[in-house]
Design a protein around this ligand. Structure first.
Ligand SMILES: Nc1ncnc2c1ncn2[C@@H]1O[C@H](COP(=O)(O)OP(=O)(O)O)[C@@H](O)[C@H]1O
Ligand SMILES: Nc1ccn([C@@H]2O[C@H](COP(=O)(O)OP(=O)(O)O)[C@@H](O)[C@H]2O)c(=O)n1
Length: 417
C-alpha cells in the first residue's frame, strides 16, 4: 500500500463509513469479529445476491489537489463504470474527530463486469491517491465483509460490516472550517495562491484584492446588506433602496470578478468557496470607500457565502447542520460588519412563480434549490444561525412597494437614517 494511504487504515475499525442514499447519509462500521446476530446496514440490505460493491477513498495528501481529484473522479466513474453502478458519494471519519473526514465514492457491480471493474480499479490504485475497498457477501447472504482491495496484497484481512449509529451532526461538519467556509482573508487567499498553477485566472483575482484590510474602521454612513434565496426580490429591493435613500449599491461578488465567476463555479467547493470569500473582502473595501460619502446597500455578502457553503456541504434534513451556536456560523474577525442585514423570505410557491416569470438561466446550485426542499430549508436555517451583525427576517411576499416601505422603517429604526 502506498505510504500516504497508511495513516488512513491505522485506526481502521474505529472509522465510520457513510454512504449517501436518497439524499441523506447512511452509516456503517467494520468489526473484526461478530458478537451475536447483527442486522445488515441499510446500504447492504437493499443489494441483490449477484451484486459486488466497492469503495474508493481519496487520501487528502494535499487538500486542494485531493478535493479537485475527488471532484473529477465522479465524472470519470460515471463515464467508465457500467450503467446501473449507482455511484454514491461516500465518506469515512473518526467520530467527533475534527479533520478526520476522507471523501470518496461507493458503487456496485455485477459479477460479470468484474474484469472491467478490476481494470478501472487497478489503474486508479496505481496512479492516484485512492484506497480501494471491496465488499463481498457470505454464501447465505446474511453478512457482508469489507477488505482492502489490492492486486499486490490478496490476503488482506476481512472486516464484517455492521450498522453504526448516526453521529450527532453530518460528517462533513468535521472538515468544514477552511474547506467550505473561510474565516480570514489569509486562509481564502492561501487556497487561491496554491491553485495558481492549475487555474491561471486566480492571479487576476488576487490582483483585485485591497492592499490592506481594516475591519474595525467604523463606516460614517450605515451599510445595509440584503440577503435571501434567488428570486426573493433582492435586486428589486436593493435598487429601490438605492434610489430612495440616495445610497450606493454594491454587490458581492463584486462586478470586477464577474469575468471569472463561471470559471470558479465549475471548481470543487474548496476553490469555489475561497473565490466567493475573497469577493467579500473586495466588496468590503468598496463599502469602506463608499460609506464615507453615502449610505451603502449591498446585494448579498458573507451570509450568502457561508450559508450556501454550509448547506451544500451537508445533506439531509436541517438537523444535520452543525448545531446552532457552532463556531462555523461565526463572522470572520477581519471582515467588515454591516450595520444591518435584512433576510428576505418567501414561500416556495411564490418564489417558483417569480423565478418562472423572470425566466433567467440558473446556476446548478440554484436549480438544486428549486428541486430540493431540504436544501432550501438548510440554506434558510444556516442564514438564521449566522452570528455577527444584526440580522432581521422580512417576509417578501407583499408587493414590491410594501416590502420597500417595511425595510425603510427598519432601516430608520435600527440605523437612525
Ligand atoms: N415584492 C414583489 N412582489 C412581486 N414580484 C416581485 C417582488 N419583488 C420582486 N419581484 C419580481 O420577482 C422576480 C425576482 O426578483 P429579483 O429582484 O430579481 O430577485 P433576486 O435578486 O432576489 O433574485 C423579478 O421578476 C421581480 O420583478
Ligand atoms: N456573497 C456571495 C454571493 C453569492 N454566492 C454564491 O452564489 C450563488 C448565488 O448567487 P446568484 O448571483 O445566482 O444569486 P442572485 O443574486 O441571482 O440571487 C450562491 O449559490 C452562492 O453559492 C456566495 O457564495 N457569496
Amino acid at each position: 500500500m502506498a505510504r500516504h494511504l497508511k495513516p488512513l487504515v491505522q485506526r481502521w475499525s474505529s472509522r465510520v463509513f457513510s454512504v449517501e442514499l436518497d439524499g441523506a447519509p447512511v452509516y456503517f462500521g467494520i468489526r473484526e469479529k461478530l458478537r451475536g446476530a447483527t442486522v445488515l446496514p441499510a446500504v447492504f440490505s437493499r443489494l441483490q445476491k449477484e451484486d459486488r460493491c466497492y469503495s474508493l477513498l481519496v487520501c487528502n495528501w494535499d487538500r486542494i489537489r485531493g478535493d479537485r481529484f475527488h471532484w473529477e473522479l465522479r465524472d470519470k466513474l460515471l463515464k467508465d463504470l457500467p450503467p446501473g453502478s449507482d455511484v454514491a458519494t461516500m465518506s469515512s471519519f473518526l467520530p467527533d474527530e475534527k479533520g478526520s473526514l476522507v471523501k470518496g465514492y461507493f458503487f456496485k457491480s455485477r459479477a460479470e463486469n468484474s474484469p472491467l471493474i478490476e481494470g478501472i480499479l487497478s489503474d486508479l490504485e496505481h496512479t492516484d491517491p485512492v484506497l480501494v475497498c471491496s465488499y463481498s457477501q457470505s454464501e447465505d447472504g446474511q453478512q457482508w465483509t469489507q477488505s482492502l482491495w489490492s492486486h499486490a496484497e490478496k490476503k488482506q484481512m476481512k472486516f464484517y460490516v455492521v450498522p453504526s449509529e448516526a453521529p450527532e451532526h453530518h460528517p462533513s461538519a468535521l472538515n468544514m472550517i477552511n474547506s467550505d467556509v473561510f474565516y480570514s482573508l489569509d486562509e481564502a487567499c492561501d487556497v487561491l495562491k496554491k491553485c495558481g498553477d492549475i487555474i491561471p485566472e486566480t492571479q487576476s483575482v488576487l490582483r483585485m484584492l485591497p492592499s490592506r484590510v481594516d475591519a474595525r474602521r467604523k463606516p460614517d454612513f450605515p451599510v445595509i446588506v440584503i440577503e435571501g434565496l434567488d428570486a426573493t426580490g433582492k435586486t428589486t429591493l436593493t435598487e429601490s433602496l438605492r434610489d430612495t435613500l440616495g445610497a450606493t449599491l454594491l454587490r458581492s461578488p463584486p462586478q470586477c470578478l464577474s469575468t471569472w465567476r463561471a470559471r470558479f463555479d465549475r471548481e470543487p467547493p474548496i476553490i469555489r468557496r475561497a473565490f466567493y470569500a475573497v469577493g467579500n473582502y473586495i466588496t468590503a473595501e468598496q463599502i469602506c470607500q463608499e460609506s464615507a460619502k453615502s449610505p451603502v446597500i449591498v446585494d448579498r455578502f458573507w451570509h450568502s457565502t457561508a450559508a450556501y457553503a454550509i448547506a451544500t456541504a451537508v445533506t439531509g434534513p436541517v438537523s444535520n447542520l452543525p448545531h446552532d451556536g457552532s463556531e462555523v456560523y461565526c463572522w470572520p474577525s477581519d471582515l467588515l460588519q454591516p450595520s444591518l442585514v435584512v433576510l428576505l423570505t418567501l414561500d416556495p410557491e411564490e418564489r417558483t412563480r417569480r423565478l418562472r416569470n423572470r425566466g433567467l438561466m440558473k446556476t446548478d446550485e440554484e436549480q438544486e434549490l428549486d428541486h430540493n426542499k431540504l436544501f432550501r430549508d438548510r440554506v434558510e436555517e444556516a442564514y438564521r444561525r449566522i452570528i455577527g451583525p444584526l440580522c432581521i427576517t422580512v417576509d417578501a411576499s407583499p408587493s414590491a412597494d410594501l416590502v420597500l416601505q417595511q425595510v425603510l422603517l427598519l432601516i430608520r429604526a435600527k440605523c437612525h437614517l
